[in-house]
Design a protein around this ligand. Structure first.
Ligand SMILES: [Zn+2]
Length: 478
């Protein structure tokens, strides 16, 4: 089911070239508006997330739609709207996104993080890639679909959109950057009717990445799970003039060292398919390196990673073929001359599909070894890994849309090292794909922009992405 192109090779959907230009201009203006709303999470005080939800709702009302703003907790707004199909195509497609952003210290930024400057071909600002750019793409698609109804003299708020057989759902949530419990998590628990669908597209995948001169588009079909533990290490309090072996700080330092050792690699089916499809698109030399990356010799795997990719991508790939443990907090000690009898460590664990919370507890105890009897484990947080099929109607359509709009591009399935709101929506049983289509310049270090300094998204990348997402929606729902 490849998206149709018009005579000029432009995406079809009966959208003319000048209409695409207008849609692009509109999208960039709207993106700048929402970047200027500092919807920081955690909010201090709550409010800006609701402002962002209201601004998005205002935009949708301008298309003739009737959105709903949800505010289950004061100042924490999410927005929802549904465009109807004629009901003959089955369940709808959900355009999922979040409207909150992480904080941005302006030090080191070339442009103010909330000024939304357009310069050097980019829209600059916190949220440009995570993920207001995708919010703007989704809203841009809704605008074009609503116009189909308005142009036909219909009411897009209540009449079926011409050409749509399935509904198109849009949910843009608060609180994703802090676990999503007051956004997507709340909606899943209290208003699941708003989200039920055949499948969803969400943030982060579908963005081009160059490997050895070829342009790949990793489509996110899986996300790692997340476990957080606090480990309290107990020793004996004492006078610092007579050092003790059971100084809790010294024991905690040894525990951190043991916990931080990288684990054994394990290539999950999705990653195996990624390596296979990337190898097939590359030359023999690169394919051999990839085989070593995916192999079971950790030293060869690491050497191959260093040889074939940027340190940033190597770090990501290393995390995608193993469960990871990152010790990130330690507290110990009261005074320099008092041996501490207690220390606490907090560790962040990201698990591959197939690893259970029980496996992780065993792994931690195994690594602590003879320190385990002195350690008390507290399980603070748990989110299981999320998977969607790397084939089937929706995945195949996402891949086809990439190929149609970038014939040299190679779509591949990928596992994400981080979690998104999909960890909540998975409870409703529909597949979620990370697919926020952007075609980047070859040297752009996109991964560094997530939560980073100088976050920005290319205007031409957005210009490419809008018709891709439009074709996905119009084809799947048409
Ligand atoms: Zn995000």
């Amino acid at each position: 089911m490849a998206p149709a192109l018009d005579a000029a090779g432009r995406p079809s959907g009966a959208v003319a070239a000048d209409a695409w230009n207008a849609a692009h201009e509109h999208l960039v203006g709207f993106l700048r508006d929402i970047i200027r709303i500092p919807s920081i999470n955690p909010p201090d005080p709550p409010g800006p997330e609701l402002d962002a939800a209201n601004r998005i709702a205002h935009e949708l009302r301008g298309f003739g739609l009737v959105p709903e703003v949800l505010e289950p907790f004061p100042g924490r707004g999410s927005v929802f709207v549904r465009l109807r199909g004629d009901g003959t195509g089955g369940e709808g497609l959900l355009l999922l996104s979040h409207l909150d952003v992480v904080p941005a210290n302006p030090d080191g930024w070339t442009h103010e993080p909330f000024a939304a400057d357009v310069a050097d071909g980019y829209v600059w600002g916190r949220g440009a890639v995570d993920m207001k750019g995708m919010v703007a793409l989704e809203v841009g698609v809704l605008r074009l679909l609503a116009a189909r109804a308005t142009d036909a003299g219909l009411d897009p708020a209540s009449d079926p959109i011409p050409g749509l057989r399935r509904d198109v759902l849009f949910a843009c949530t608060a609180d994703e950057e802090n676990g999503g419990y007051e956004g997507a998590g709340w909606i899943v628990d209290n208003r699941p009717d708003l989200l039920r669908c055949a499948g969803a597209v969400n943030e982060a995948g579908g963005v081009s990445a160059e490997i050895a001169g070829r342009r790949f588009y990793p489509i996110q079909v899986a996300e790692k799970g997340h476990e957080v533990y606090r480990i309290t290490v107990r020793g004996t309090w004492g006078h610092a003039s007579m050092p003790r072996e059971d100084n809790a700080l010294v024991m905690a330092a040894e525990a951190v060292r043991r916990l931080a050792v990288p684990g054994e690699p394990r290539v999950t089916p999705v990653m195996a398919r990624l390596f296979e499809e990337v190898s097939a698109a590359l030359g023999a030399e690169q394919a051999a390196l990839l085989a070593a990356v995916a192999g079971d010799d950790p030293r060869r795997s690491d050497a191959a990673l260093r040889a074939m990719c940027e340190p940033m991508y190597a770090r990501a790939l290393r995390a995608l073929i193993r469960d990871t443990i990152s010790p990130d907090v330690i507290h110990a000690g009261t005074k320099y001359n008092v041996i501490p009898g207690e220390a606490s460590i907090e560790i962040d664990i990201r698990t591959l599909p197939g690893t259970t919370p029980g496996d992780i507890r065993e792994e931690i105890l195994g690594r602590l070894g003879d320190l385990a009897p002195a350690c008390e484990l507290e399980h603070l947080h748990s989110a299981i890994p999320v998977e969607a099929p790397p084939d089937g109607e929706l995945y195949d359509l996402l891949a086809a849309a990439i190929r149609a709009h970038d014939p040299e591009g190679v779509p591949v399935p990928v596992l994400a090292p981080f979690a998104t709101d999909a960890k909540h929506t998975i409870r409703l049983g529909f597949p979620v794909y990370g697919f926020s289509p952007l075609r980047l310049e070859p040297d752009e270090k996109f991964l560094e922009r997530f939560h980073g300094v100088d976050e920005r998204v290319g205007t031409e990348a957005l210009r490419w992405g809008l018709p891709v997402l439009f074709d996905v929606v119009a084809t799947f729902c048409g």
